[in-house]
Design a protein around this ligand. Structure first.
Ligand code: SAM
Length: 228
């Protein structure tokens, strides 16, 4: 077992190895674009942009002090399923193949719809991170000094980041024509949406009480509320 002094070094080494493997897979996937089709190149570009948007927020928010969290088995399984279906399986499949038995074909116009969805996904993903700021966390957490964000895109809908992920998840099977590497993310994110959102809203209600209920009365989850 590494002692306390060795732990940061070990962590740094694991991080460096992960980045090197990820970069090698990205390069291999890009070089195989003829086998994978042009939709896969669009998916790879969006994948890189996703990390570019998220990484500064993840780094900054590491300093947050967490005062409440929901980390049940369901949450762990959902996050693991999303990590596999949205990142690991597509990247591995595009880089080294091996899932060809589950391929399907789509016309170019369907791939083009997947490509056209990417700017909308990336804008919403970026905007929601920018608006949540220090209050963002990948898991269900409340930080010390957590603020209710009801401005920016959050003034229009309650779950813009999940709206962005819905767009990305629905576009993935249009860009990667494979039932496992492309389509599997759709049921994985549907499960996450239906199981996580009620838990997240309960966590926010517990923290903000009436202010959260008033916010919910003004907004819907995914689409802007129509004026009555
Ligand atoms: C992955 S983020 C997703 C945020 C939101 N559900 C969305 O789709 O844009 C999850 C964390 O954001 C925080 N959060 C969600 N809505 C919030 C709000 N309106 N104000 C402040 N924090 C919020 C909670 O701490 C939650 O654990």
């Amino acid at each position: 077992m590494a002692d306390k002094a060795q732990r940061p070094i070990l962590k740094g080494l694991v991080m460096a190895a992960t980045v090197i493997v990820a970069l090698a897979l990205l390069l291999a996937a890009a070089l195989r674009w003829r086998e994978n089709g042009w939709g896969a190149l669009v998916w790879l570009a969006a994948f890189v942009a996703t990390f570019a948007i998220r990484t500064p927020h993840a780094k900054r928010n590491r300093a947050n002090i967490v005062v409440d969290a929901r980390k049940g088995l369901d949450e762990i399984l959902l996050l693991a399923a999303m990590f596999l279906a949205m990142m690991v399986l597509p990247l591995l499949h595009l880089a080294v193949g091996g899932l060809g038995f589950a391929d399907y074909s789509l016309p170019d116009w369907a791939t083009a719809i997947g490509a056209l969805a990417q700017p909308a996904y990336l804008w919403l993903f970026w905007r929601s991170h920018a608006d949540l700021g220090r209050n963002w966390s990948p898991g269900l957490e409340v930080r010390d000094g957590h603020q209710l964000v009801a401005k920016g895109i959050y003034a229009r809908i309650r779950h813009p980041m999940y709206a962005a992920i819905w767009i990305s998840a629905l576009a993935q099977p249009l860009l990667i024509h494979n039932w496992i590497a492309g389509f599997l993310v759709v049921p994985a994110f549907a499960a996450m949406w239906f199981l996580r959102v009620p838990n997240e809203e309960a966590l926010m209600r517990g923290r903000f009480g009436d202010a959260w209920d008033e916010y919910c009365a003004r907004t819907d989850r995914l689409f802007p509320k129509r004026a009555r």
